[in-house]
Ligand binder design. Sequence first.
Ligand code: MG
Length: 438
Amino acid sequence: MTPGLTLVELAHASDTGRVRAHNEDRGVVAPPLLGVADGMGGARAGEVASGMAAGALEDVAGARLTPERLQAAVEQANRDIRQAAAADPSRAGMGTTVTAGLLQDGRLHLVHVGDSRAYLWRGGRLVRLTDDHSVVGEMVRRGTITAEQAERHPHRHVVTRALGADDRVEVDAADLDLDDGDVLLFCSDGLCGPVEDPQIAEVLAAAPDLGAAARGLVEAANAAGGPDNVTVVLARAGHGAPAPVPPPEPVPTHTRRMPTLPRPTVGPDAEPAPIPGRSGEPPAPRVLQQVDRARSRRVPIIIAAVAVVGIGAGALAWAASRTYFVDEGSGGTVHTFHGLPVGLGALHLYRQEQDTGVAADDVRVAEPGALGRTARGQGEATELAARLTWRFGVPAEWPRLRVAPPPPPPPPAPPPATTLPRVTPVPPTGTVPTPPSG
Ligand code: MG
């Protein structure tokens, strides 16, 4: 911890991007409190949700703000967004991410919900400070997919946590000691979706100041297609007078006026085919609003479906980790298995473990019901297997042991006349051998 640190340089920028009709992101620049909120929900309800979250943070920002009060403000914003959504059907399902940090006594206190991010830029290295609360974020943490695969995953925008999604929200909280010169970056997924970390680092390394960095990051997101609203908030920690809150960095207007960049027409990022005669024009706002309304209905359904599937998969995995059973395994012998005795085709929830060597058919005849029996632990399964082995013998006596018979020996070949020594026939008794004529 470095006492006496303040935020000596600040910059922020936000842009609608090149596809969306409205900007539903909100930056929070209320030093020493900084953050972003990325709203979701149709009919501009996302703007309402992100505005409520950002407003809640700005309301508590001040000299007396503590990490506990910051977290309580996020939880209260969640309840307020739920109430506002319940009171107005056009705002049903609205929600928002929130990622914010409070600098206090040289330490950064983070609160985080959703897939916006906080980064630390220190000594030329970019370090991600938050975990994405998204379907692909969870998959990356479990090792199911790589970070590179996550960048192109069709469900990369499906969040698993958001303010407004449930009556209770789980808020990630983390503390970090800052050093003189550290730069903090808070951003919505409109930046870290289309722009990968190495490119963010390149922009930060090349920018002469944070204002240029903020503009460069927004321009990088738009150059990558600008598929989403993009918001960045940057701050440098140091010893000196706290920087005043600057106006937002100007974003080139031509970025929004330019036609939408061509995107793939197949695959997860596919766009509908252009309307004949209208190619090159930006999409009409009305169409985008319809898309947004569909999104507002889909998001809660997807979150609920993912939650149900996740809970179900978790329960199955928990049960499978604690269950053993004995049954016929490969080769027709009885094995112990770890997991649940269920499966569909090549998919199953068990792993074959010990081979008893006992023929499964013998057990079926002598002890019906013994196969498929579940055990309450590995010890009980091993005990069942040992009892079967003791009762039915060991593999050496097993008649079904499929050992290929040795090939039959070849018949003795008659000796070739040319190579073997000539054998003189033995004459019958009583005759005199005739000497060979000379
Ligand atoms: Mg976004």
